[in-house]
Design a protein around this ligand. Sequence first.
Ligand SMILES: Nc1ncnc2c1ncn2[C@@H]1O[C@H](COP(=O)(O)OP(=O)(O)OP(=O)(O)O)[C@@H](O)[C@H]1O
Ligand SMILES: [Mg+2]
Length: 363
Amino acid sequence: MPMPYVPASLPLENLDYKRLIGLVGEANTKLAEYNGLLQSMVNPAILLSPLTNQESVLSSKIEGTQATIDEVLQHDAGQKFADEKERDIQEIINYRSAIMQSYKELVDRPLSLNFIKMLHTILMDSVRGKDKNPGQFRKEQNWIGLPGCTMDTATFVPPSPFTLMDHLENWISYINLNEVDPLIQVAIIHAQFEIIHPFLDGNGRIGRLLIPLFLFYKKRISEPMFYLSEYLEKNRAQYYCELQGITSRSAWNDWIAFFLNAICEQSTMNIEKTKKIMSIYEELRYKIPELTKSQYSQNLLDMLFEKPVFNISNLILKYNIPKSTAPRLVKAILDAGIIEELKPAAGRVSATYWFPRLLTTVR
Ligand SMILES: Nc1ncnc2c1ncn2[C@@H]1O[C@H](COP(=O)(O)OP(=O)(O)OP(=O)(O)O)[C@@H](O)[C@H]1O
Ligand SMILES: [Mg+2]
């Protein structure tokens, strides 16, 4: 019978800085370049909401949630789906809410274990999550492995519930300590969280959410919007294998190298996408007022980025555009080819529109 794993105490000793230093420099440079873009944006939360949506879908997908970005956005625009799909979408929306909620909280609160529990409560707020003890650290032994495996056949057995709190206390103190480099630190924080596996479910997602939050907390990025799930999902087999390497071979340096490389690659992808999003925004910032001649142009523009799939009632209700004005604004940008009709009006249900240029940029 495999014994529950006993995680190393943090901070780690004997890291191979000589090996890591080059990657640390590169990852910091790339991340700083991305952060420069973030800082130049007037409203990053709105502009980068396509990235937040993508992250929510991809982080949830690692486990097998099947919904796509398009479906989540259609759901935002009021579309109903079959039960199973609705449950998938709900999990993704919960992940997105957790990101947005934590952003507000972290501005004036330290990163604490209660904060982590709060994130988990939001994440598990659904039919499926109800029996996963939302917001509670586990009181039982768990294990990781193929679906349906037993503790005997598991690939990894996290620490015993009796020692769990000690490991978590050590982990949270480490978060609040200044490591040699915050990027090395975030690599360790993510892995150690997965190794401790403190919740019955959702550990992967909470661990991935923590990456931007920690970097924001340590002021490496000016907004908590640096998501890694795209890279991790693309390299899932290696992601799991590198985590397994830590507990089976103490291969911390390999893990950190993998993670720093992930930061480099993801920064490059983010820089490219962010530049594209910014240039679409810049173009429309002039075009939309010209086309609509309306005092509500800015509201309309914000909505296009936050809700690139929408209907007229979204505009009226959430973006304070008067009922008498909204149809005219939509027609103006529809005629100009900025948006297209996704679903025509049917009976009392109004038409759904979408903003294809933005959606195809972040895919
Ligand atoms: N060998 C391993 N050792 C430690 N952690 C692992 C190992 N293999 C996978 N993991 C982590 O465990 C996570 C899965 O745990 P859990 O099911 O609790 O999280 P989840 O968010 O529900 O699922 P998922 O991450 O698959 O979407 C993986 O995402 C990964 O981060
Ligand atoms: Mg799971």
